[in-house]
Design a protein around this ligand. Structure first.
Ligand code: PEP
Length: 263
């Protein structure tokens, strides 16, 4: 039986002072005996603060991205060993924002190339994280144009195949995949719960083929895309959804704790 998992992705929000206040509220709001696994993915600079504050709690900490090389002349980057050293248990990879596929374009088109993560770099990042025993949270999902062209399943199948190239099922055992339809991220539009569950089921079937049945059954498949207190319960009771990757709503401790309670 897979345990539900709720992950908060703070994106590029929260100074250390704001993070301290948010975490202090959150630990009071979430029942310490909850059966749900909870993780917070703050920006790099806030990881140490959040890890220290959550040290004796059941919450885990994750990063939002990683560079795949071990060390060296890679100005501006952070390696998997640095994340492990900082206490990260999880790391998001292949988020539509780092892939440069924005749901609601809030950056000028000329900045998009700076975010251009590919299936190949996603694969390298997963391997680097696994080597450090950090659980990758692999994000996959289609844009609105791809959905309208009925390419959702094909796009996701290709993203999964690329991400797991050269990776064995046993290596990704207990890993995490998040179905994040790009058009639902930060837009307030949520994927219909039955359709979200169908796609999560499709992802598990793909994982059976790409990895193996044991690994596929152990992997938690989350839904992400405008999850909030008002829609979390419906999404999390769907048979193929093992929890949520929560962006905007994770910035408000009251709202996020309600999402955790729904799981
Ligand atoms: C996300 O950042 O992964 C996400 C799903 O964002 P939001 O909940 O704001 O749509």
């Amino acid at each position: 039986m897979r345990k539900k998992l709720v992950v908060g992705n703070w994106k590029m929000n929260m100074t250390r002072t704001q993070a301290t206040a948010a975490i202090e509220s959150l630990v009071l709001l979430v029942d310490p005996k909850t059966e749900v696994d909870v993780a917070i993915c703050p920006p790099y600079l806030t990881i140490e603060t959040v890890t220290r504050l959550l040290h004796q709690s059941h919450f885990r900490v994750g990063a939002q991205d990683v560079f795949w090389m071990g060390a060296g002349a890679f100005t501006g980057n952070v390696s998997a060993s640095m994340l492990a050293d900082a206490g990260c248990a999880f790391c998001i990879v292949g988020h539509s924002e780092t892939r440069g596929r924005f749901g609601k374009l809030e950056v000028t088109a000329s900045t998009i190339p700076y975010f251009s993560e590919t299936d190949e770099t996603v694969n390298l990042k997963i391997k680097a994280l696994l080597y450090q025993s950090i659980h990758p949270i692999l994000c996959v999902g289609e844009t609105l144009d791809e959905r309208n062209a009925e390419q959702t399943d094909a796009v996701i199948a290709a993203q999964l195949k690329g991400a797991f190239e050269g990776i064995e099922g046993a290596e990704f055992y207990n890993g995490v995949v998040a179905y994040e339809p790009v058009w639902a991220i930060g837009t307030g539009k949520t994927c219909d719960s039955a359709e979200a569950s169908r796609v999560c089921g499709f992802i598990r079937a793909q994982l059976r083929e790409i990895l193996d049945a044991d690994a596929a059954d152990s992997i938690r498949i989350l839904y992400g895309g405008s999850v909030k207190a008002s829609n979390a319960k419906e999404l999390f009771t769907m048979p193929d959804i093992d929890g949520g990757l929560v962006g905007g709503a994770s910035l408000d401790p009251e709202e996020f704790s309600e999402v955790v309670r729904s799981a």
